[in-house]
Design a protein around this ligand. Structure first.
Ligand code: PLP
Length: 386
C-alpha cells in the first residue's frame, strides 16, 4: 500500500514518465504488465505473494496507486473506477449528522451525489464561494467535519487559497478535501499546501486520451488510509487492471501534454477576449482574473480550461453546430479539444437559480483545450462565432 520502494526521482516531468517502480522487476518489462487476474495462487497455507484477490489489490493497480501517491507527494494512493466512485468512497468516511462545507461552483455530478444520494444518508452540505475565506469561516457549525473544494472551480474557474483554507480546517478540527482534477499534480499539489485528501477524476488529464474512466484519492494520514482502504476493498469500485495500465501510460505524457495545452489555452483565451461575440472570458491565466495572484503562488500552471460567455443563447446553438475541429462533447482534459454547454450538460443537476447566480447561464460555454495546433483551434472558433 505504501510507495516505499518507488524510484527516488525529484523532478515532476521525470516522475510522470517513470511512475513508482517504472518497470516490472520480474521480467524487466518497461511497459508495466497488465496483471489481468481476478485471483492469485497462495504458495501454501497462510501464505501470500502479497496479492490475494484483485478487489483487495492488483499489481498493475498498485503501481498506479503508488505513482499517484508520489506525484501528489502523499503517502497513499487509491484508484477507483471513476472520479465519482472516488468521491463517493471519501464521503463514506463520514457519519450521519456530520456537515460538509462545499464550493458552490463545482462539477454538477458532485453536487448531485451530495444532494440526491448522501443527504439521504444523513450528511449535511452547505455551498459557499470558497474563493473567500470569510464565507467558509461563517459556514462552520458544531458538526462541520470537512471542507470540500474544487480550485479552479468548474466551470466558473474561481480560485481558492488552499493554504489558508487548510489552516482554517485544521484549527477547527475538520478535514480539508481538494478535487485537483483541473490542474493535476503537475501544476498543483494540495497536500503540500496542507490539504488532507486529494481527489481526482483520472478520466481527465491523468488519462489524457478520452478513452477510459478513472478516479483517485491520495492522502497522507495512516488512520484515514486504513479507513479508505476498508471502504475500497469492501465496496469494490476499484480500477480494473487494463484501465490501470491505460492510466499509467497516459500519465507518462502528462507533463508534455499539459505544457502544450496550457500554451494553447493562453493563446485562445487572449484571442477569445478580443472577439466581438464573446462577452466574458474565464481563464485563470489572464492577469485580470481574480484568482491570478493566488494561482501564481500556489500552482505552477494555469491549466487549460476556459469558460466563455457568448452574446446570446442563439449563438450557443450556432457555435455548437458549426465547430468542426473542436468537438461538442462532455468531459475534459484529453488531447482532443472539447466544448460543452454546462447548463444542459455537466451542470444540469444544479438548480437554475444557483446556476444563474454563479453565471452558469444559457450563454456560457466551457472549452477544454487540447494539444492540436492552436491556429486550427482559433480558425475553428472564428468561423463558429461569426
Ligand atoms: C472536477 C471533477 N471532479 C469529478 C468528476 C467526476 O469524474 P468521473 O466522470 O471520472 O466520474 C468530474 C467529471 O467531469 C469533474 O470534472
Amino acid at each position: 500500500m505504501e510507495p516505499n520502494d518507488c524510484q527516488n526521482t525529484t523532478q515532476m516531468d521525470t516522475k510522470v514518465v517513470h511512475g513508482c517502480k517504472g518497470y516490472d522487476s520480474h521480467t524487466g518489462a518497461i511497459s508495466f504488465p497488465i496483471y489481468q487476474s481476478a485471483t492469485f495462487r497462495h504458495p501454501g497455507l497462510s501464505q501470500t505473494t502479497g496479492y490475494d484477490y484483485s478487489r483487495l489489490q492488483n499489481p498493475t493497480r498498485e503501481e498506479l496507486e503508488n505513482t499517484m501517491a508520489i506525484l501528489e507527494n502523499g503517502k497513499y494512493g487509491f484508484a477507483f473506477s471513476s472520479g465519482m466512485a472516488a468521491i463517493s468512497s471519501v464521503l463514506k468516511m463520514f457519519s450521519p449528522g456530520q456537515h460538509i462545507i462545499v464550493s458552490d461552483d463545482l462539477y454538477g455530478g458532485t453536487y448531485r451525489i451530495f444532494e440526491e444520494v448522501y443527504k439521504n444518508y444523513g450528511l449535511e452540505f452547505s455551498y459557499v464561494d470558497t474563493s473567500g475565506i470569510e464565507a467558509i469561516e461563517k459556514e462552520y457549525k458544531a458538526n462541520t467535519a470537512a471542507v470540500f473544494i474544487e480550485t479552479p472551480t468548474n466551470p466558473i474557474m474561481k480560485v481558492a487559497d488552499i493554504g489558508l483554507i487548510a489552516q482554517l480546517a485544521k484549527s477547527r478540527n475538520s478535514l480539508f478535501i481538494v478535487d485537483n482534477t483541473f490542474l493535476t499534480p503537475y501544476c498543483q499539489r494540495p497536500l503540500e499546501l496542507g490539504a488532507d485528501i486529494v481527489i481526482h477524476s483520472g478520466t481527465k488529464y491523468l488519462g489524457g486520451h478520452n478513452d477510459t474512466l478513472a478516479g483517485f484519492v491520495i492522502l497522507e494520514d495512516d488512520v484515514l488510509a486504513e479507513k479508505l482502504k476498508l471502504i475500497q476493498k469492501s465496496e469494490g469500485a476499484v480500477l480494473a487492471p487494463f484501465d490501470s495500465w491505460l492510466l499509467l501510460r497516459g500519465i507518462k505524457t502528462l507533463g508534455i501534454r499539459l505544457d502544450r495545452q496550457q500554451q494553447n489555452a493562453m493563446e485562445l483565451a487572449k484571442w477569445l477576449k478580443e472577439n466581438k461575440n464573446v462577452k466574458r472570458v474565464y481563464y485563470v491565466g489572464l492577469p485580470e482574473h481574480e484568482g491570478y495572484e493566488i494561482s501564481l503562488r500556489q500552482a505552477s500552471g494555469f491549466g487549460a480550461m476556459i469558460s466563455f460567455e457568448v452574446a446570446s443563447a442563439e449563438l450557443v446553438e450556432k457555435v455548437l453546430g458549426r465547430i468542426k475541429v473542436i468537438m461538442f462533447a462532455e468531459s475534459l482534459g484529453g488531447v482532443e479539444s472539447l466544448i460543452t454547454y454546462p447548463m444542459l450538460q455537466t451542470h444540469a443537476a444544479v438548480p437554475e437559480e444557483i446556476r444563474n447566480r454563479l453565471g452558469v447561464n444559457d450563454r456560457l460555454l466551457r472549452l477544454s483545450v487540447g494539444i492540436e495546433n492552436v491556429k486550427d483551434l482559433i480558425a475553428d472558433l472564428e468561423q463558429a462565432l461569426e
